[in-house]
Design a protein around this ligand. Structure first.
Ligand code: XIL
Length: 361
């Protein structure tokens, strides 16, 4: 069990004959030489222990319901992860269900929880076609009005969490599979220029936050990632504050793309951060032992495909446990996509992810 090894690890690092004070000083000295993001959980054999040792993020998408009602969930979340993403609580329909009527409660809860447990927060998401409140979706606003509304949303949201969110998915899912721009409220009324505007407004609102374009099915070298690559290059050439690309990585077992690492590298070579932002690996139910073993190898490969690239900032898993995963509700017949099973036992995929984070494995 990975999480029981903490005390063993500590003992190994400090020779027994040393007096306690000297041992403490040694540990402190060791701690400052490591790029530790979360000194609280320094047990090297947890996911966050390995991530801390490399100076990267291991994140999980967090639902407000388990966060507030399931202590087994928060125990695993806080022990294993040094970053969190709101699974839904920072989406527009959650934050502003009626025009001007904000509901920050769930998002604030997550941000406060993260601060209390030395976790960073990835902000998700600002300009997206989905999970928009109906007043916005059905409001028949003019282009000028939509511009003002989007800017206000970005100013208000980033302003509230300024200094507390290390990266924002400013734009989410803006391409079709063939690389054309996907139809959305923003695209249809404002044209592709909304992307540069959103990034500029976000940078002005929180200059320290890393600003991302996030999408799915861009992990492989394909028409969609080619189009994103062209756009990213163009935005950078224009001086638009784009800092990173988020590769959602919602995979099917056995189907981590063979071109994933090279594809992430070409974005990294532009000077952009790359992050795996929503990793899960779904299995047709019921999952066999062979599929769970393949899934473990997939978790290792997917995390290595990012962490092996120069500017990889980290890997976020889209959930913690199969108990609350979005997969069964969205991909009929699939499930078992995460590193913990429904009763919080680590699955083979936990070991795969852990080995992916640990260069010595
Ligand atoms: C999903 C959530 O997990 C679900 O709870 C919700 O019902 C729908 O959205 N890409 C994204 C995420 O960027 O926001 C989505 O999250 C999953 C796909």
């Amino acid at each position: 069990m990975p999480h029981t090894a903490r005390s063993h690890h500590r003992r190994r690092r400090v020779p027994r004959p040393l007096p306690l004070v000297a041992a403490g000083a040694l540990l402190a000295a060791a701690a400052v030489t490591l790029p530790q993001l979360t000194p609280e959980a320094s047990a090297a054999t947890t996911l966050r222990g390995y991530a801390d040792a490399r100076g990267v993020r291991i994140g999980a998408a967090v639902g407000d319901s388990p966060l507030t009602s399931d202590s087994a969930y928060t125990t695993v979340l806080d022990r294993e992860f040094n970053s969190v993403t709101a699974e839904n609580a920072m989406k527009w329909d959650a934050l502003e269900p009626s025009r001007g009527g904000y509901n920050w409660a769930a998002a604030d809860r997550l941000v406060a929880h993260a601060a209390a447990h030395n976790q960073g927060v990835r902000g998700h998401t600002l300009a997206w076609y989905s999970q928009l409140p109906s007043w916005l979706k059905n409001g028949n606003f003019s282009a000028a009005e939509l511009n003002t509304i989007l800017k206000k949303h970005i100013d208000t949201t980033l302003g509230r969490y300024k200094g507390k969110v290390y990266a924002w998915d400013v734009v989410n899912e803006t391409f079709n599979e063939d690389g054309s721009m996907r139809s959305s409220l923003w695209q249809d009324k404002l044209g592709t220029g909304y992307i540069a505007n959103a990034l500029r407004w976000a940078h002005a609102a929180d200059p320290a936050a890393k600003l991302y374009i996030n999408d799915y099915n861009i992990e492989a070298d394909n028409a969609k990632s080619d189009a994103l690559y062209t756009l990213a290059k163009q935005l950078l050439a224009e001086g638009v504050p784009l800092n990173g690309i988020g590769f959602q990585s919602h995979f099917v077992v056995g189907q981590v793309p063979s071109t994933m690492k090279a594809n992430l590298k070409r974005f990294s070579d532009l000077g952009l951060e790359v992050s795996v932002t929503e990793l899960d690996i779904r299995i047709p139910l019921p999952a066999s032992a062979a599929e769970l073993a393949q899934q473990s190898a997939d978790y290792k490969l997917a995390s290595e495909n990012c962490l092996g690239v120069a500017r990889c900032a980290g890997v976020t898993v889209w959930g913690v446990t199969d108990k609350y995963s979005w997969i069964p509700g969205t991909f009929s017949g699939f499930g078992a996509a995460l590193p913990y099973n429904e009763s919080y036992a680590p699955k083979p995929s936990y070991t795969g992810l852990s080995n992916g984070l640990n260069p010595a494995a």
